[in-house]
Design a protein. Structure first.
Length: 513
């Protein structure tokens, strides 16, 4: 949508600041499937929250408690280099607001899910029991897992069924990963209902293995006045949903103590962009999604688009309490007008600043020259937005399910969009020709940003880093270098989960050389 259309929406008074409903719900028939769309597009997964939805008062949630560490997933194996465990996926009632039970989807009855911690070289065997009334998968985000073990939408675990995911963690794969569902059309819903967990792969020894660790899992949640998780609004479907309640390890505004530690930070939010800062202290970036970077980099602010992770240390001249905040990031949302705001996420007590930080953290192998190129264009079909408010519910759903595109197409499970050769280094040029930010993610590998082009200015990457997810601004062009080391089908998509469900996704087939 261009600026003019955007303004038009706003002058019509159809969007409000905190919670926008820009649609006529009177025509809607909630909770029924919609079969009336004109083409054969599936839109039955799109549903809308009731118009008169009232949100929970955030004061009903306890805050200010000491940050609890994540619960570890227990290794049931006695064998060396073998990790065996069970994950049960079910609907559970969790007390998030005082005295109220929230129906959530959970991994082993926990939000966030249990933390998996394993070592390079380990073989992982996880039995997954799906006790939900719907299909799901577990996708091992960012990890070098064979495609048939990676929870692709093509391999659902049907309701009531179970399966075992089995893979071996290669040497050099130490990094900060996570796992979440990836079923066709319903990933965003299953994640905002609570399904996501941390997966850390450790090296037996690395430059920072002497340090104690902490995890800060940042997620967001929306609760209605009865403390239940409502469906998306139209605005959520357009921009990705940002839950009003932002949590760290499932806690509201916790008190955190940091004592010269290695901290892994995760953005589990479906669509919320984080721009973290510490009042009176600094971050030292030491790692990204795929593990340690080469040298520490001091940072005043940490930008984390959805699904990104970092490893940091904290330095400060003085001891004592500082605020962890997320400052506003304007990502050009549709149909909402926000005034910039800063989120207070936690109070951090710095007991000891990081000291003696090694100046060499890791040596990455020399960059390989690309043998091939691919161009991926992110776009939005603006015509679909015209008069969206006047449309019937089914027309609105069809518009949603056909407007977020990769190389001009909506995702089709039966189509292969790109092919790559096994172990062949490629440059992927990701171009955002839409009007809003989209975080690009590809399965099965870690890439390096080589350069970016924005408003005519070409910039080389400031440092080498392994990532699997990266934000692309409107009119920005990124050059990413990568290779795939397993034969089979991989997905790449926008990691705003609503966009993924609406079809801003495609598939890559990796073939033998
Ligand atoms: Cu984290 Cu295909 O996703
Ligand atoms: Cu992924
Ligand atoms: Cu997107």
């Amino acid at each position: 949508m261009d600026r003019r259309t955007f303004l038009k929406f706003n002058t019509l008074g159809l969007a409000s600041v905190s919670f926008a409903y820009a649609m006529d719900h009177s025509k809607m028939n909630h909770g029924t499937m919609d079969h009336s769309n004109h083409n054969n597009m599936n839109t039955s997964f799109i549903d809308f929250a009731p118009k008169d939805l009232k949100l929970l008062n955030i004061n009903e949630i306890a805050s200010g408690k000491k940050l609890a560490p994540l619960t570890l997933l227990k290794n049931e194996s006695k064998e060396k280099n073998f990790f065996r465990a069970t994950i049960e996926i079910a609907e559970s009632e969790i007390e998030i607001a005082k005295g109220k039970k929230t129906k959530c989807y959970t991994y082993n009855k926990l939000i966030p899910g249990p933390k998996i911690e394993a070592y390079e070289g380990d073989t992982i065997e996880i039995l997954v029991k799906n006790k939900l009334n719907e299909a799901t998968t577990i996708h091992w985000h960012g990890m070098p897992v064979p495609p048939e073990q990676d929870g692709n939408p093509h391999d659902p675990i049907l309701a009531g069924r179970e399966r075992i995911y089995r893979f071996t963690l290669p040497m050099g794969s130490a990094g900060t990963y996570w796992y979440h569902p990836h079923p066709h059309y319903t990933t965003s819903k299953q994640v905002f209902k609570g399904l996501a967990g941390v997966f850390i792969v450790k090296a037996k020894k690395d430059a920072l293995s002497h340090l104690k660790e902490q995890d800060w899992v940042i997620s967001d949640l929306r609760l209605d006045e009865n403390a239940q998780i409502p469906s998306n609004t139209l605005v959520d479907w357009l921009n990705g949903r940002e839950g009003e309640i932002v949590l760290i390890n499932g806690q509201l505004k916790p008190k955190i103590e940091v004592d010269n530690q290695r901290i892994r930070i995760y953005n589990f939010c479906a669509a919320r962009y984080l721009n973290l800062r510490l009042s009176g202290a600094k971050f030292v970036l030491v790692g990204t999604d795929g593990g340690l970077i080469e040298k520490p980099v001091e940072m005043q602010e940490l930008f984390l688009s959805p699904a990104s992770r970092v490893e940091v240390l904290i330095t400060s001249d003085k001891k004592g309490e500082v605020k962890l905040e997320s400052t506003y990031y304007n990502r050009d949302k549709m149909m909402v007008k926000e005034s910039p705001y800063t989120l207070h996420l936690a109070d951090v007590n710095i007991k000891n600043s990081a000291k003696n930080i090694p100046q060499i953290l890791r040596q990455l192998p020399p960059l390989e020259e690309p043998k091939n190129f691919k161009e991926i264009i992110m776009s939005e079909d603006h015509h679909k937005m015209h008069g969206i408010m006047k449309k019937s519910e089914s027309e609105m759903k069809s518009a949603l399910a056909s407007m977020f595109l990769l190389n001009g197409k909506v995702f089709d499970m039966k189509r292969v969009d790109e092919r790559s050769k096994l172990d062949e280094t490629e440059d992927w040029i990701i171009i955002n020709k839409s009007h809003m930010d989209h975080p690009f993610h590809i399965h099965g590998t870690q890439f390096e940003l080589i350069s970016s082009k924005f408003k005519g200015e070409l910039k080389k990457a400031e440092f080498r880093a392994l990532r699997d997810t990266i934000n692309v601004r409107p009119n920005e062009e990124l050059r990413l270098r990568m290779k795939q080391e397993f034969v089979g089908l991989r997905m790449y998509h926008c990691h705003i989960l609503e966009h993924e469900d609406l079809g801003m996704m495609a598939s890559l087939e990796v073939v033998e050389k």
